[in-house]
Design a protein. Sequence first.
Length: 151
Amino acid sequence: MKLTTYTDFGLRTLMYLATLPERELTSVAQVSRLYDISRNHLVKVVNQLAREGYIHAVRGKNGGIRLAQTPSDINIGQVIRALENNLNGIDCGSPACHLVPACRLRDALKLAMEAFLQVMEGYTLADMVGNREELMIIFSQLELQADQSPS
């Protein structure tokens, strides 16, 4: 199952936040630089993660974002369900498909998507960052690269 870029950015943001010391804030700009992704797009993702209760956003001069829950309380399958806008596996209405009345593919793909989500619900954010030290090395390297690249 292919996740949208939106969900991918959301999961990557959560993984980065989970490697930071507890309650440490970072900025959306920092995360977007780290992953070399659009800040404007990431703001939308972060806003939804905050609405869903996964991220705590602090406004103001010393503001930023951090996890709102412990990594072991953040279920990956539930995050995917919250961020994905089409969990049917296929979009039968764009363009309109003439096979809809007799189609069995849609039901098969819906079952496959549900199986995928059930597997992902067996994982937490803590599972995804169980190799925290390795991830921190990678993030440090990415930060160095971002600092050296022209903005």
